[in-house]
Design a binder for this molecule. Structure first.
Ligand SMILES: Cc1ncc(C[n+]2csc(CCOP(=O)(O)OP(=O)(O)O)c2C)c(N)n1
Ligand SMILES: *[C@@H]1O[C@H](CO)[C@@H](O)[C@H](O)[C@H]1NC(C)=O
Ligand SMILES: [Mg+2]
Length: 577
């Protein structure tokens, strides 16, 4: 009827609805956050728009989760926070996302505009505060700008080098209303445009590569984000090239691939004369591309989507600017033409294989020790035998993450999430919640396993409640050595207590011996296991992996002085110490 027609046309919408609808229009499917004044309405409007809302226990973890969604799905997750302290907590997640180059959009409520500068409740210069931790930080000037500011924010988070973006909405705008017909709606931004490298640069790069005596491909998480796995497999197998994944580049090609030389990492880096750097940066993780870890005369072919990255810490022999997947395909086009292949019977392959065999022997010896309490290698040996190949492995800690990375294989791209470029402890549970939420929505049938140091677990431990509340069947394995890097046993701890005030005598690395992290899981209805032996580890892990209804936590007590095996170069440890 005529009246119905007019009610539709004259429909009022609130700021909260406009934010939610704009996010949904931009294909933002997941929101993680904590509500309060003034954003409860935004969370409810998000749900009404069909966005999945996950209520978390700390904004830091919420922001970690939202950024992991960005990496896993290619579209940013949203993080919703209240003004002042809520937003401040999210900054850690924004910084981590920016360092990892993962897209995420943070939506922050802020105090009413007419109270600015008056000392309003939770008043804080939020747009300014976010600037240092994001690519884009803005507040829509009016309700009818929300749609275009959200579109710009989402687009900016994904285009070029991905990263964090921030959109501020003041409390008064959340509940203000506007006639829907007066609002201009901006449509969904398309996926990032794909650019290819200059042909001259491609020719130069191929000349360098074909002249290599000891070539090495380094596959970074940029290649994972760029979904270059198909093209890279063709390059590696077609040209017979050795490759080395960075920590989160693991799985772009399976760690079990015969051309993967991770077990000869130190030698591969040191002796290679031509490195093809694919979506990886020459930062601390790759020892800056410099001696003593690299040959001083190494030639680097740099493939990156960010022009400013070219030449960081060393000048590349060729700079291939653009989309890593498109550029690998460009390279393939040329090598297909002349059928170039790096020979399999070179000294380079012999020396790499020699090192790999030696490394495998050493690791195996450590893993097969059968002591109680267990050491790291025993624990990871059994875990690696039981984990399904398609599971998502989340990991953080120092020894736990470093040793776990070498012993737990990844077989699929974007299936490893860890402390990353920024080395952030506390990311694990948020990442696991994100992966499990996406997994459930996409119905992939894949497990999410979260391998945590006992210190690392503590940073976001209360997110166990979030996992239980949403029935996310995450398997958390706490590798518990009573401390940061190492700890002391219960007896020593007792003795220390008698020696004097623990604040003066307890080593700063120590945490409570045999802390019952498993009871944290029991407290919320999940399954906690206290594990001391190999048999207990195996049966608890098998039980946990068969339970799809609720999360589990294995509290694996290991020898508090179980340290890493000696390495030629203690890589990744200096930064941790
Ligand atoms: C946010 C943050 N705070 C502190 C650190 C310093 N740090 C590096 S590793 C680590 C924890 C290592 O202990 P744990 O997780 O128990 O692993 P372990 O080495 O004992 O296996 C800490 C606190 C950090 N990297 N990030
Ligand atoms: C031994 O192998 C692991 C991967 O399996 C690797 O991370 C480590 O760096 C290797 N050690 C050396 C000295 O190359
Ligand atoms: Mg520890």
């Amino acid at each position: 009827s005529r009246t119905d027609f007019w009610t539709v046309i004259m429909e009022d919408v609130t700021g909260a609805q406009l934010i939610a609808e704009a996010l949904k229009t931009q294909n933002v499917e997941y929101m993680f956050g904590i509500v309060g004044v003034p954003v409860i309405e935004v969370a409810m409007a998000a749900q009404a728009s069909g966005i999945k809302y996950v209520g978390m226990r700390n904004e830091q973890a919420a922001c970690y989760a939202a950024s992991a969604v960005g990496y896993l799905t290619g579209r940013p997750g949203a993080c919703l926070v209240v003004s002042g302290p809520g937003l401040i907590h999210a900054l850690g997640g924004m910084a981590n996302a920016n360092m990892n180059c993962w897209p995420v959009i943070v939506i922050g409520g802020s105090s009413d505009q007419n109270q600015e500068t008056t000392g309003a409740f939770q008043e804080f210069p939020q747009v300014e505060a976010c600037r240092l931790y994001s690519k884009f930080s803005a507040r829509p000037s009016s309700l009818d700008m929300i749609s275009s500011v959200v579109e710009k924010a989402v687009r900016t988070s994904m285009y070029g080098r991905p990263g964090a973006v921030y959109v501020d909405i003041s409390g008064d705008m959340v509940n203000a209303k506007v006639d829907r017909s007066r609002v201009r709606l901006v449509p969904c931004c398309p996926p990032p445009p794909v650019s290819m490298a200059d042909h001259i640069a491609i020719t130069e790069a191929l000349a360098v590569l074909k002249g290599a005596k000891r070539p090495l491909l380094i596959i970074g998480k940029g290649a994972a984000h760029g979904r270059a796995e198909g093209a890279l497999r063709e390059l590696v197998e077609g040209c017979g090239l050795p490759f080395l994944p960075t920590p989160m580049g693991k799985g772009v090609l399976p760690d079990s691939h015969p051309n993967c030389v991770a077990a000869a990492r130190s030698r591969a880096l040191l002796q290679s004369d031509v490195v093809v750097l694919l979506g990886a940066r020459l930062n601390w993780i790759l020892h800056f591309g410099l001696p003593p870890r690299f040959d001083p005369h190494v030639k680097v072919i740099q493939v990156d989507l960010c022009a400013e990255e070219m030449g960081n810490n060393m000048q590349p022999a060729a700079a291939l600017l653009g989309d890593v997947n498109a550029i690998v395909k460009q390279l393939l086009e040329y090598v297909h033409k002349d059928g170039w292949k790096y020979p399999a019977d070179t000294e380079w392959w012999t020396t790499l294989k020699e090192k790999m065999a030696a490394n495998a022997t050493m690791t195996k010896a450590l893993a097969l020790q059968s002591t109680t309490p267990m050491n790291y290698y025993q624990v990871f040996h059994h875990i690696s035998q039981l984990l399904p190949h398609d599971c998502v492995i989340v990991s953080e800690g120092a020894n736990t993450m470093d040793i776990g990375r070498t012993m737990l294989n990844n077989y699929l791209p974007r299936h490893r999430l860890d402390a990353g470029t920024f080395g952030t402890m506390g990311v694990g549970l948020g990442f696991a919640i994100a992966a499990a939420t996406v997994q459930r929505n996409q119905n992939t049938g894949q497990r999410v396993v979260c391998v945590e140091g006992d210190s690392a677990f503590g940073f976001s431990g209360m997110e166990v409640e979030t996992m239980c509340r949403y029935k996310l069947p995450v398997v958390i394995i706490v590798v518990n050595n009573n401390g940061i890097y190492s700890g002391v046993d219960a007896e020593t701890w007792e003795m220390m207590g008698k020696m004097g005030d623990l604040t003066t005598v307890a080593p700063p690395v120590t945490l409570l011996p045999e802390a019952r992290y498993d009871e944290v899981m029991n407290a919320f209805g999940g399954r906690g296991f206290l594990v001391r032996t190999e048999e207990e580890l195996r049966s608890a892990l098998q039980l946990s992996l068969s339970d799809w209804e609720r999360p589990s936590l294995l509290n694996v007590l290991i020898d508090p002085s179980s340290d890493r095996k000696q390495q030629e170069f203690p890589w990744l440890t200096r930064s941790n110490l």
